[in-house]
Design a protein around this ligand. Structure first.
Ligand SMILES: NC(=O)c1ccc[n+]([C@@H]2O[C@H](COP(=O)([O-])OP(=O)(O)OC[C@H]3O[C@@H](n4cnc5c(N)ncnc54)[C@H](OP(=O)(O)O)[C@@H]3O)[C@@H](O)[C@H]2O)c1
Length: 451
């Protein structure tokens, strides 16, 4: 099926990616088809809105609600095409009408179906959750059109649920408000979906695998927001393997993982940690390559939740990812210091790897002591800084973790041979030396949590 997805933002890009992966011919429509945000790759062709719609059988609206009417009026006669309305009229006075009703009023000769508005964009290319599929609530006057959209939803892993005519879109818009309330006002995190649960309960022995029947532990992975290195002027981010390798360990242990960042929004890996980078530095990191190639997983990096939106009490462990950026972000970020100090104080497991240990140079317990006081721990070694500086021919970091750690009295900082996997557990504090130590640190977290 030929589909035009209008809007190249979070919802548009995820749905375009998922629908293309399901075998549909997808074109993205954009206000500026030639402009692209730095670092983003086109997953499908990008055209003007009118060109994208020209050959399409189905048009999917994924722009801010406030921009929808003008766009639709500009498109003119839609020739009976199916128009999927994925927008939500958040913060807009609709004078008691549904958003779908206003979209339908602005569209000429379109069969409008409300759909894909009830969960976060990052789940739309793959709507399967631990408890089953999220529902895709379908509202539209034309039943055949709803069936078509239901088929598209199914291909993305949703369970299609027909609400009825377009007036019933009010239920779909209410479901979106419920999701937003749970995520942003109640701190449930974005990794939740809304769907139907059914009776009867299948017998445990056949319905659940051993893994599923375990009480799931919850891990909060915190990666740095992107910044610019004050030392080199390069854009810097988190180190990919330090996120993906622990992620794989945790999900294989049956844990639920939430990836967040201090400020929220998109996060980006350091160039040298990206297996696709021209340097080839991380070319053998096939786990990270797989993570980036999977729409659902890559989507976890597109729009992270901010720490302020997270309730850390709901997690069993906190895991700080290293990379180049934490030397400039985590190092002086009191939100990060407080997160790990409080979590440690509450007996939760705190893991910090590589340059994220810059946070441990400053994090203090409520009684004012450094968190690492009397602790044995590790972090990026001077021998590794020497090797990294030599590889790029310049000094990369403004200071060195090992120098700073050794200057602290009453703490035991240890390192092993350069770039060898090395993780240390001292009580509930777990540290990893560098980028090859993420999995080892994650395994110690699993051990500390009692599996
Ligand atoms: N984010 C979610 O999790 C989520 C979930 C369910 C539903 N929704 C709904 O889906 C719609 C799209 O949300 P989104 O999160 O994808 O938004 P977004 O990331 O801000 O992207 C919206 C896209 O719409 C296009 N656009 C056209 N006119 C615009 C304007 N005047 N201002 C800004 N962008 C404009 C832009 O693409 P071009 O520049 O390429 O034209 C932009 O990238 C919204 O109605 C939202 O309520 C969002």
């Amino acid at each position: 099926m030929q589909i035009a997805v209008l809007g190249t933002g979070r919802v548009g890009s995820q749905l375009a990616r998922g629908l293309a992966a399901a075998g549909h011919r997808v074109v993205l429509g954009s206000r500026n088809p030639d402009a692209r945000a730095p670092g983003t790759e086109p997953v499908v062709p990008v055209r003007s809105y009118a060109d994208a719609v020209a050959d399409a059988e189905v048009v999917l609206l994924a722009v801010p609600f406030a921009a929808a009417a003008e766009l639709l009026v500009g498109l003119g006669d839609l020739g009976g095409r199916i128009l999927i309305d994925a927008t939500n009229p958040i913060g807009v006075d609709t004078a008691g009408r549904t958003g779908a009703d206003l979209v339908a009023a602005a569209a000429t000769n379109a069969r409008v179906v409300k759909a894909f508005n009830t969960i976060g964009a990052e789940h739309m290319a793959d709507a399967r959750f631990a408890g089953g599929a999220a529902f895709a609530l379908l509202a539209g006057d034309d039943e055949a059109a709803r069936d078509v959209v239901g088929g598209l939803a199914e291909a993305l892993g949703f369970e299609p649920v027909h609400l009825g005519d377009l007036a019933t879109a009010r239920h779909a818009e209410a479901a979106a408000r419920l999701w937003i309330h749970l995520v942003f006002a109640r701190g449930y995190g974005r990794d939740i979906g809304v769907g139907l649960l059914r009776r009867p309960i299948p017998p445990l022995s056949t319905a659940r695998s051993t893994k599923e029947s375990q009480v799931s532990k919850k891990i909060l992975i915190v990666a740095s927001n992107p910044t610019v290195s004050a030392q080199t002027g390069w854009p810097v981010g988190f180190w990919l393997s330090e996120l993906t390798h622990p992620y794989a360990e945790f999900v294989q242990a049956g844990y639920e993982v939430t990836i967040v960042s201090p400020d929220g929004g998109p996060i980006r890996p350091d160039d040298y940690s990206d297996p696709r980078h021209e340097s080839g530095y991380s070319a053998d990191d096939i786990l990270s390559l797989g993570f980036l190639s999977s729409p659902r997983h890559a989507g976890l990096l597109v729009d992270t939740v901010a720490l302020s939106q997270v309730d850390p009490s709901g997690y069993d462990a906190v895991f700080l990812v290293g990379g180049q950026a934490p030397m400039f972000t985590f190092h002086n970020d009191e939100r990060v210091h407080r997160l790990i100090a409080d979590a440690h104080q509450q007996g939760k497991v705190v893991a910090v790897v590589c340059h994220a240990t810059a946070a441990l140079l400053k994090a203090r317990t409520p009684d004012g002591e450094l968190l690492v006081k009397d602790k044995t721990w590790t972090g990026f070694a001077n021998s590794e800084e020497d090797a990294a500086d030599a590889a790029v021919g310049r000094k990369l970091q403004p200071f060195r973790i090992e120098d700073e750690a050794r200057a602290i009295t009453g703490t035991n900082f240890i390192v092993q041979r350069a770039f060898r996997p090395h993780a240390v557990r001292d009580g509930n504090l777990i540290t990893g030396q560098q980028q090859n130590s993420g999995a080892a640190a994650a395994r110690l977290v699993i051990e500390a949590l009692g599996h």
